[in-house]
Write a protein that binds this ligand. Structure first.
Ligand code: HEM
Length: 387
């Protein structure tokens, strides 16, 4: 139970608890269970850029979710990876990002204004994850794909359930629903050509690249799952850090030029995606270690982001850190395809918060529940006081 906000940021506590179990003196090491860990920044960059290292780390199953996720380009290598990634790779043009930024800023402001209005009638406390983070992040993905926001509300619900469910049956039910939804969207587009956004562009490219409908639909779902949950989670992680130590929030209020570098610094320290998995296909030299062929490797991005060889005073929060080559979006061929959108989205959301709710504070007493989801760590709930 959190009772005051003078102690260590709870995210630093979580990180310290996890990382204290790891011997940081060796940047590449093997655990007693045989898993290889990479926790040094240059070593991670070397491994992640090595094209002989595979991202095919999932064991194929027979359920609907297994079938769908087996087509995610995130878990594919070389030609198969590039062929599918090409459908979306260069879609984040400056014009599209500017359009999305305006939509996201408006959506965030509207939702924050509702919190403010509720506060004016005496209802000060709200869960900012449910009221702002999830709906805005889901709106952003819907706009990106060209799906209407009304339908987007359902999409957001599915994405949340896909990222939180634990039983195979629940996963499969949600996967079936989201698959049926995109199948309908695709056939509606083919009948009317009225859909705007990425879906028609992806459909056209799929035709040219010989990509079938199952692969196209799986890629839509990958964008929803990878893009929605990570952004919503990070928005919560970022606000918790800024409001836990109010002087951080105040610094941004006083100097909005710090918003962009502050987001990078918080991505470095508290990205929801702490780890990515790989498999070696041949003996692989990483730093001064040789990882044997067919080894499972976990790259601990969160620890690489605190490597003192790369980041001066790595555990400190420097909201104006000048050089920040963090690995929150990974590196190499699987570098986050939505990184530019995520940056635009998070900046639009944070600027809207600073603009609309400069007196925002954390509710003093609240249990902080972290959920480990499909792509990382985020808060189920974050109670704030609107004014
Ligand atoms: C704060 C927000 C985000 C974070 C921290 C994040 C993090 C990551 C990371 C670490 C990877 C690399 C996985 C690997 O190396 O195996 C990744 C890949 C990916 N991300 Fe993001 N992401 C974010 C937002 C987004 C958004 C908004 C979208 C989509 C609109 C997106 C779509 C993807 C996709 C499709 C991949 C797979 C890329 C590939 O395998 O080629 N992400 N992301």
């Amino acid at each position: 139970m959190v009772t005051d906000h003078v102690g260590q940021d709870p995210q630093d506590e979580v990180a310290a608890r996890f990382y204290s179990k790891i011997d940081r003196s060796r940047a590449v090491q093997q655990t007693g269970e045989g898993l290889w860990l990479v926790l040094g920044h240059p070593e991670a960059v070397q491994l992640l850029r090595d094209r002989t290292v595979s991202s095919m780390t999932r064991t194929p199953g027979l359920g609907v979710w297994d079938q769908v996720s087996s087509r995610f380009f995130m878990f594919k290598d070389a030609q198969q990876h590039m062929r599918l990634r090409r459908m979306v790779g260069d879609c984040f043009t400056p014009a599209r990002l500017a359009e999305l930024k305006a939509v996201i800023q408006r959506a965030t402001r509207d939702r924050l204004d509702r919190l403010d209005e509720a506060a004016a009638t005496g209802d000060r406390q709200s869960d900012i994850m449910a009221k702002v983070a999830y709906p805005v992040a889901s709106d952003a993905i819907c706009r990106l794909l060209g799906v209407s926001p009304v339908e987007g509300a359902f999409l957001g619900r599915w994405a949340v359930s896909l990222s939180r469910l634990t039983t195979d049956d629940e996963f499969d039910r949600s996967a079936e629903e989201i698959l049926a939804f995109f199948r309908e969207q695709l056939s509606a587009h083919r009948e009317t050509s009225l859909c705007s956004g990425l879906l028609p562009i992806m459909a056209e490219r799929a035709l040219a690249l010989g990509i079938d409908d199952d692969e196209l639909l799986a890629t839509c779902i990958l964008l929803v799952v990878a893009g929605f949950e990570t952004s919503a989670n990070f928005f919560g992680n970022m606000l918790l850090s800024l409001l836990w130590r109010r002087e951080r929030f105040e610094r941004l209020l006083a100097d909005e030029a710090l918003v962009a570098p502050a987001i990078e610094e918080l991505l470095r320290l508290h990205s929801p995606a702490h780890v990515v998995k790989r498999r070696t296909t041949a003996a692989t030299v990483v730093g001064d270690t040789v990882i044997p062929a067919d080894a499972e490797v976990a790259v601990l991005l969160g620890l690489c982001n605190r490597d003192p060889r790369v980041f001066d005073d790595p555990d400190a929060y420097r909201l104006d850190r000048a050089s920040n080559p963090h690995l929150a979006f990974s590196q190499g061929p699987h570098y986050c395809v939505g990184a530019s959108l995520a940056r635009v989205e998070l900046e639009a959301m944070l600027r809207a918060v600073l603009d609309r709710l400069p007196r925002l504070a954390l509710a003093v007493e609240q249990p902080l529940r972290w959920s480990g989801r499909f792509l990382g760590r985020g808060l189920d709930q974050l109670e704030v006081l609107a004014s």
